[in-house]
Design a binder for this molecule. Sequence first.
Ligand code: SF4
Ligand code: FES
Length: 248
Amino acid sequence: MAEPTITLNVTRYRPGQDQAPTSQRYTIPYKNDWVVLDALNYIKDQLDGTLSYRWSCRMGVCGSCGMMVNGVPKLTCAAFLRDYQQQEIRVEPLTNFPVIRDLVIDMSDFMDKLKSVKPWIIRKTEKPLSEGEYLQSPAELEAYQQFTQCINCMLCYAACPVYGLEPDFIGPAAIALGYRYNMDSRDEGKDLRKDILTGHDGVWQCTFVGECTEVCPKHVDPAAAIQRTKVDAAKDWFTSYLLPWGQK
Ligand code: SF4
Ligand code: FES
């Protein structure tokens, strides 16, 4: 009996050399335990060494293998061929990002946005080492723990229609990261993150489509971080408006 096969329809593009992206079909062996990344690796090793894409860990940790699979942002190392009940699977670069080559996108805008929220613990005054660690209760850890699970895969940016229309929007993962530090009981930097999180390109751009949370492979719920940051900002505004001395 003939071995089962499956076809991948893959975007090819070399900006600067090609007029526009094209797609190329590769028919490969179908294996029940293969993920889309295995299929791409087969193509690269056996059929076409010029195909370019990113990956590293192959276990849903590094966040580098995100691509559009049949139009949905996915980690290709976690997208099993068997879950696509058809003979052809479409693989494209993550939407909303410039393409460097084939399936490799330029992530520099995303990296700048992550840095812009000051993702580190900020102290107004550091206590001396001799006084020991900053202790935290389980409840204090729980307040931000889910937001530490982000692997910077950018799937939420590919899914976000606001980022697609307004590239200056700092976006779901950066806001979730800023919120993570604001909620950390050891941190005192909320005021320093305020302008970026709640300014012109911050949370108020979000129209609460919620796709960011839908596609997140780590269940981070950036949509919740955005809405909670809006509520906090509104509370701060009312406090400063009604009780100006309350801010002091
Ligand atoms: S929030 Fe989720 S989807 Fe967005 S970058 Fe982090 S892990 Fe990826
Ligand atoms: S290869 Fe690391 S998350 Fe997929």
